[in-house]
Design a protein around this ligand. Structure first.
Ligand code: GDP
Ligand code: MN
Length: 374
């Protein structure tokens, strides 16, 4: 299950990671009231389970309670990447001097937690991996030993962090790792982790918790208001962005922009997309299986085009996941796959061996799947 930002921030509070004061509002007058209680400038933030809310217009700064009310009016009921906004977080505005990225997740290949840090925060990690791969540092944590101070020091040293920031940043690393362990998370992320007036503060939160292992104190935290078709609900529960369309070619990609582009190219080649599905940054075997399951539950799907591009994606792992899912789910429709990233050559070999067609680019792939399904 995924937590909303305000829920994740509550967990940050519990482990001692600083966050700005704030409250959730379901209506514009409530937002105004909260802004008045907080005093000073506030930020009104759409509470939806997708990233990139800022770019989508779901985050707005308000100088006055009246302005907070107007922003809430604009943001509530807005649709962000297919998700309807039903509540907003009204939170004290933070003056940001600098933004960092910090996350802890499971590296499935190594079967160990991995810490990812970047002195360049704010943008999403996939985008960061594309544009500034050299600014990302990552290291594994031995689950038995736990996170070690020297590992953090090394990572911060590699990132050219000033000595004065070493101690406060280390503190946040330890606390985030504690949250990761304590809440049995699959992913915890602070992006941005802001430097404000010399102090660190988590401006955003992201938590993914194993559905089969939800700690007691978080039971009932799952959002009840899951709207949409059964496929859309299943997708949302899996943390995927899925929108059903009325064509015949199932589309899976990583990154909303890439998926949009894929839909366009397929249409350009004369095909009709059956859906929009963004698996986001977590392109691993398990996520891929879930995505295939959702897309293939649509009886109109006659072929699949999977477009996974770049960055920290482990292509061999995704390829193995695809092959396993194809077998387990009994998928018989043709599958065309574009896969680039780490170990891509190996990934393509795995696909080829199973009769799945690997292609080098999006256009070729779109043309191929249209040919296969027409
Ligand atoms: P996301 O777009 O869904 O990841 O939402 P975030 O909570 O990460 O906000 C996106 C961006 O809005 C951040 O990277 C900040 O640059 C900006 N932002 C959000 N809250 C504040 C705030 O309190 N103060 C300032 N100055 N910027 C903010
Ligand atoms: Mn963010």
């Amino acid at each position: 299950m995924r937590l909303q930002e305000y829920q994740g921030k509550e967990l940050f509070r519990r482990v001692g990671i600083p966050v700005a004061d704030g409250k959730v509002a379901f209506s514009p007058p409530e937002a105004e009231e909260i802004a008045r209680e907080l005093g000073g400038p506030v930020v009104v933030k759409a509470q939806v389970l997708v990233g990139g809310r800022g770019k989508a217009g779901g985050i707005k700064l308000a100088q006055t309670p009246q302005e907070a009310r107007a922003h809430a009016e604009a943001i509530l009921n807005m649709t962000i990447k297919g998700e309807r906004v039903r509540k907003v977080l009204v939170t004290r505005a933070v003056e940001i001097e600098r933004e960092f990225y910090l996350s802890v997740t499971i590296d499935r290949a190594a079967k160990k937690p991995i810490v990812i840090f970047s002195a360049e925060g704010g943008m999403e990690i996939e985008e960061l991996a594309r544009t500034h791969p050299e600014k990302i540092v990552r290291f594994h944590v031995d689950p038995l030993l736990g996170l070690q101070a020297y590992q953090i020091r090394t990572a911060l040293f590699q990132s050219d962090i000033a000595p004065t920031l070493m101690r406060p940043l280390s503190d946040v690393f330890f606390k985030l790792y504690q949250a990761f362990v304590q809440y049995r998370a699959q992913l915890v992320e602070i992006n941005p982790l802001a430097l404000s007036d010399g102090k660190l503060i988590a401006v955003d939160s992201k938590f993914i918790i194993d559905d089969d292992d939800v700690p007691v104190e978080l039971q009932g935290w799952e959002e009840e208001e899951l709207a949409g078709s059964p496929e859309e609900r299943a997708a949302k529960q899996a943390g995927l962005q899925y929108v059903k369309l009325d064509g015949t070619i199932g589309i899976i990609g990583n990154g909303a922009g890439l998926v949009m582009a894929t839909l366009d190219v397929v249409a350009l080649k004369g095909g009709r997309p059956a859906n929009f599905l963004d698996i986001g940054g977590g392109a691993n075997a398990e996520v891929m299986k879930k995505a295939l399951q959702i897309v293939c539950s649509d009886p109109n799907v006659r072929g699949l085009f999977i477009n996974i591009f770049g960055g920290i994606t482990r292509c061999d792992e995704v390829a193995r996941g695809l092959v396993a899912a194809q077998r387990e789910l009994g998928i018989r429709v043709p599958m065309v796959v574009r896969l680039t990233g780490t170990n891509e050559v190996e990934g393509r070999k795995i696909l080829e061996a199973q009769g799945i067609i690997p292609v080098a680019d999006m256009e070729e792939g779109a043309a191929e799947i249209v040919r296969q399904t027409s």
